[in-house]
Ligand binder design. Sequence first.
Ligand code: CA
Length: 963
Amino acid sequence: MIVTVSSSRTLRRSLVLGAALAAFCAVPAQAQPRQATVQIAAQSLGTALEALARQTGTDILFAPQLVAGMSGPSLSGRMDAMAAVERLIQGKPLAVRRQGNGALLVVAAPAAPQETVASGGVEVAPDIIVTGYAASLSGALAEKRKATNVVDVVKAEDIGKFPAQNIAEALQRVPGVSIVRDRGEGVFVRIRGLGANFQVVTLNGRSAAVNENVRDSGQSGRQFRFDTLPSELMSAVEVIKSPRADLAEGGIGGIVNLQTFRPIDLKKPVLALSATASSPRLADTVDPRLSGMASWVNEEGTFGALIAAVYDERTTRQDRVTGVGWADGRIDTDGDGTLDSDTILVPTSTRPTLERENRDRIGLNGAIQWKPDDRFELNVDGLWSRLNIDYDELTYSTDFSATTPGAIVPGTAVIENGVLTAATVNTSTQIGRETSRLEYENWLIGANAKWSANGWTLAADASLGRAYSNTPTPIYRTRLLGSVGQVAFDYGKVGERLPNLEFLTADLTESTTLPGRRIEYRVNDSLDRQRAATFDVTRELSGVVHALRFGAKYEKRDRTYNRRDINFTSGIAGQRFDDSYFEAFPVDDFLNGVGGNLPTNWVMPDPDRFWDAATGKEALLDAPLTRGDRRNSYAIDERIIGGYGMAEFSLPLGGVTIRGDAGLRYAYTRQTSSGYADNGSAALPVSYERNYGNFLPSLNLVAEFTSNLQMHLAASKVITRPSLADLAPRLTINSNPTVLTAVGGNPELRPFEAWQYDGTVEWYFAPGSALIGGAFYKDITTFVFQQTRNFDLDGQIYRLTAPQNGGNAYVAGIEIAYQQLFKMLPAPFDGLGFQANYTHTKSKGTYALSDGTTFRDDLTDVAGDSFNLTAFYEKGPVGARASYSWRGKVLRDVGGAGLAANNDAAFGSLDFDISYKVTPNVTFVVQGINVAGGVQWQYVRDDRFAGYTDYGTTLMAGVRARF
Ligand SMILES: [Ca+2]
């Protein structure tokens, strides 16, 4: 892909889309028609040509001195860019020609040649060519500028070359976006501090089905896993921060729209291949990644087909100290059996963990595009992906009983600033190994047709999606548990070292140190099916309102979640097992390179041997589902009928052009949630139906003050539907004789509702360059939080803990982004570029304690400060880029009820990408992720250790070819 940018001295390039858009034309529903609505005031010809380029999405090249002093007439109506230029230059000594790349070149008319322009215009070819990363940045910036709403775009540099191996990792460089990693790989994105369940993810504008976390029970049903889709299949990803009435509702954080490639938009037949080998430092292996894309289009450019495939393997290793608990308590310092300290913060547990994982992923994408003329277009797309994860997790967990009278060896307790930092204490330890294979499958197929005639455009879209997540190999947790006598612990400060844990009387590498406990067995699956149909009508008008849009959408989603747990204890519990039941610890450098003295290898149970030792398995496996299994399973059916109307307008106001859209969307949601309520003796099926409707107005305004300064303002009402797990009507009664308690979901939950406001000021001071400042505010009025209340069941009052609406929260922030291509510098420095952004976010939300009282604290996982820096150089065959992404500390758990709030310390990742083009078709690439070896620390209070994660550095080398 090549975007041509002319130098400011000889030619001024009309900023905006240009070839970038042409090469990566998006969703058909949003694709640029060749005819566009043009609304241009009488003004200087140069400014008019720039405005025309923006409005039509066409590159228009001209020499400023050629048009200096000329003015153009006002122009409005529907026309193509060529016809519009002809009308603007009518009667002037100018001519226009279409170039091979689709750009329009305005030159002196042949009859009156000017000395600065040679005849034929060939020599006036753009003198600067932007390719690669700079081109993707220029194209992305152009889309942001053109949009009426607040949007950020990440574009592929070329076919199969998204600017990061992982979609989430590319999105983290967008202002206001951060990512959540799982074992080093970006899985979820957070937009403006709001978690993955607060965003809607669409694929080519269509709602995607959502895979579920089946490794542990953390789930929401609305968190799209970005690791399931390979980045090579994406042509662009849009982060839509302010909605329009014609876009899917549901994202208070924002909408992420993933766009795949379309064959006619690629303009010519293309074959692209790549092969990469990556080596994660900690895992010490070499993993392949192969991708190929073939796209064909006929000579007329009216029919095309595309197929793409990606296969990759990934080995990960993550060294952690996790499960670090701190709680308020009193201790017995002198061993006399009486608690004698003040209430202090006491460590309760620590769990060193080695996580190893092998992932393999296949992604396939196919597209057929038919565009017989400007009036009709048909697109059929399909995408399928499958991710398999085999994992093996080894842990030992120390559980201190420091608050038990007599537990601490007298004289060993060290208390610093109200925190017990060191002591020798009786300890129980659990050694565990967890293994499983997880499978995530996701597909989406859709068809879209669009007709345009006489100022009307009708578009229809139908899609079908399915996400299946399951455990083809059940989750086995093989556990040993027992007392290990005295352990001396000494917790240091966060960032300095890991805790010291000295087992004074037990050896964790000895097979008989701990007796068996049990094998925990779990099977878990989730099926999410999504069907949608949309119909959109656009009426083009001339005048201030240049388009009216109406549409309707029907969406049906059904989801089942099933979980079954069995504990096998017979033949295991209390038994001591000899060496033949264990394997050698697999690595000899666990937690290397960080201070702290704690056991770094221990006996590793062989799950097969323990499985053989367990007795009575058949009876348990054949038994019917237990009450607990039923309570943990649910089904939700969600039907949404939506409609919208909106107007797009553009008007000159003084010297300022105001454009934008205003609209109203209505969504009616009907939910049926089915599950089991447990009355203390049986789990009984229950089903609830809930209906609600939401009117969602939105307004987006752009004020264009000059040809390079504009402002966006947006206000809208938005909703996010509750987590499906929270909606499940499950209820669990604990018939404890003293306190009757219950926990449950809440099928009565209403959606989160928010008003949100956005403003940006954007200065496009040079081609491909901009300085942008923005602010946002989101006022969430129906925040959902866990609350405990009295609940009457058959005349008995229970203390029920369940999610409730009723809290409120806000998120506010500022975002500053700067990017510049240093085209004005003399060679070779004109290949330099720089990109930076900074986000500052503030938030508060309501939380509840189990006694019913509420408190306010920051929203969890919202970084107060974050920044990204990218420097790059592209010249001739050489490309190099280094990126640093940093975010400040975040609140991870609010704590409460005697438990300490837990925080993630600041974290930064340095990544690089170097490429060398050996022939015009073949490029060698070397990449590194987290090359500075950043590690994640967690802490409680100001600086007390609460967790450590190191996923290491990954280096990659590969070759890409394009024909
Ligand atoms: Ca005492």
